[in-house]
Design a binder for this molecule. Structure first.
Ligand code: URA
Length: 237
């Protein structure tokens, strides 16, 4: 048994919030009766009509996308900017799992599976996100160690899983650092480096969980194979 608004949202007809509105407005009929109570429990064998349309369990799709710079991590944008789902050719209600900033590039899971999406984003599941950050400045061992021992963000101590200086250029005054985090706070990587006085000039996510970009070019996506999908579910069990 699932909550009615969840079943509607998972069917792809509407977001969870919109589903709640539809229920409250009397637009949802379950087994011939109008249901206006949020949280009513249903199953997929119940006959559910939303605004007269019967809902079916939507087939799930899972993709790995290489997000380009200058793209919003969303399904729509009120300023008309390009959004992640513009790149996809699918009749499903796809959305990105978590957020990469407008100017961040790289690995992003895109799906219509709200359940998996929530599990991947939940900090308790400690899904690894591997980033390569280009900093404006030459970072020193002491600052790297400070980050390794944890910095406070949103009143919580964030201890990255790994921080490794990959390269630096004194002439150009830049450093390249690999950082692995398992939470997903807003602008987390940028704020971690800012806390020790460095501005992140470029940020790329190279891997999420075991999914690396591989040969995917910027703006390209590939469907995850059933083994990869199973592996993702095993990670968040
Ligand atoms: N951390 C950031 O600061 N930005 C991102 O886009 C992702 C992680």
């Amino acid at each position: 048994m699932e909550r009615l608004q969840k079943v509607i949202a998972l069917s792809g007809i509407a977001s969870r919030r919109k589903a709640e509105e539809l229920i409250k407005n009397g637009d949802v009929i379950v087994n011939g009766e109008v249901v206006t109570k949020l949280g009513t429990k249903v199953t997929y064998s119940d006959d559910i009509l939303v605004c007269g349309k019967k809902i079916e369990k939507e087939e799930k799709e899972y993709y790995l996308f290489n997000k380009p710079r200058g793209v919003i991590c969303s399904t729509s944008d009120d300023k008309g900017r390009k959004v992640v789902v513009d790149y996809f050719n699918s009749n499903k209600r796809l959305y990105p799992v978590g957020r990469l900033d407008y100017d961040t590039t790289g690995a992003l899971i895109v799906t219509n599976d709200g359940n998996l999406s929530n599990l991947i984003m939940h900090p308790k599941n400690e899904i690894e996100k591997v980033y390569i950050a280009k900093l404006n400045g030459v970072i020193k061992g002491a600052e790297i160690n400070k980050i390794k021992s944890g910095v406070i963000i949103d009143n919580v101590k964030c201890v990255p899983k790994k921080v490794k200086l990959k390269n630096f250029n004194v002439k150009k005054n830049t450093s390249i650092v690999e950082i692995i985090i398992t939470e997903g706070k807003n602008h987390e990587v940028k704020r971690i480096f800012e806390s020790v006085g460095f501005f992140v000039d470029k940020l790329k996510r190279e891997r999420i969980a075991f999914l690396s970009l591989g040969n995917l070019k910027s703006g390209e996506y590939r469907k995850l194979n059933p083994k990869e999908v199973k592996q993702l579910f095993n990670l968040v069990k």
